[in-house]
Write a protein that binds this ligand. Structure first.
Ligand code: ATP
Ligand code: BTN
Length: 258
């Protein structure tokens, strides 16, 4: 069970995930959250870069030291965190994002949040897990390479003529981790998505629709059918079901990012 959450904030760090790892090595307890005004080496999945411009975005990571969590349940924590961010954006701003499996929240077809879960093992068991969340909050524009697929809370509220309603990043950060605690404690009882699957699928981008699966060696079209209890994506290809594990694949809409 996740009980207490302790928040620390720094103006600038390399990566909040790396700061949490350092503290875990020093024996820190579960529930520490490190957030930063900006990151100089923000990381995305598969060695990609994550942009978190100064004071425009949220970069926040939590330390989990789950007792007896199985290795195969760890990737599911990303899926749980995505639900938490979606829930916080809905509660605070009425912004109803979709989850682009496994780790992105999208609004109006663009990415507002990315999640990177990392872990370390000791003596053949999971030692600790770091859940890192990046949310674009006050960004008004993005670098050329990501502009077509990135959005922020400010940009989405501007579309609804709700300029100035975004509030402080600290408030959203707190709301995200409060939501995370609720979803995580449901997940940890069974170590799977059985208690959360229905809500997740309600909010899954491209649910029941055609998607493109981009693996390293090939790319093909499929229909997204939902998730398994482990949080893997179920797709249908040529009338046969296939399971996609969180790994080195990307799921895209057939006409663009979502
Ligand atoms: P997928 O998970 O389907 O591969 P993705 O292209 O978004 O989708 P991720 O690994 O989830 O890939 O995210 C990392 C990518 O996110 C980076 O390669 C970059 O294109 C993009 N990116 C970096 N910073 C931001 C940001 N602040 N907002 C939105 N997107 C960003
Ligand atoms: C992705 O979409 O690929 C994941 C992006 C994850 C970014 C967050 S920001 C806080 C934490 N620290 C990092 O270096 N990365 C994660």
């Amino acid at each position: 069970m996740l009980d207490n959450i302790n928040f620390e904030y720094y103006d600038s760090v390399d990566s909040t995930n790396d700061r949490i790892k350092e503290r875990a090595h020093a024996g820190e307890k579960q529930g520490l959250v490190i957030s930063a005004g900006t990151q100089t080496a923000g990381k995305g999945r598969i060695g990609r870069k994550w942009e978190s411009p100064k004071h425009d975005s949220i970069a926040t990571s939590m330390l989990l030291t789950p007792q007896e969590i199985s290795l195969e349940a760890v990737p599911t924590i990303t899926v749980v965190a995505a639900m938490a961010v979606r829930d916080a954006l809905s509660r605070l701003y009425g912004l109803e994002g979709k989850i682009k499996w496994p780790n992105d929240i999208v609004l109006d077809g663009k990415k507002i949040c990315g999640i990177l879960t990392e872990m370390e093992m000791k003596d053949g068991a999971v030692w600790f897990v770091v859940v890192g969340i990046g949310v674009n909050v006050h960004n008004k524009s993005f670098d050329e390479e990501i502009a077509y697929k990135a959005t922020s809370v400010d940009l989405e509220l501007i579309k609804e003529n709700r300029i100035g309603e975004t509030g402080h990043r600290a408030e959203l950060t707190k709301a995200i981790w409060e939501s995370f605690k609720r979803y995580y404690n449901i997940f940890i009882k069974t170590q799977d998505m059985s208690g959360l699957k229905e809500e997740y699928e309600r909010n899954l981008a491209n649910f029941g629709e055609r998607v493109r699966i981009e693996a390293q060696e090939n790319s093909y079209e499929a229909i997204a059918k939902g998730i398994t209890a482990k949080g893997e994506l179920i797709v249908e290809v040529d009338k046969k079901e296939q399971i996609i594990r969180t790994g080195e694949v990307s799921v895209r809409g057939i006409y663009g990012y979502v």
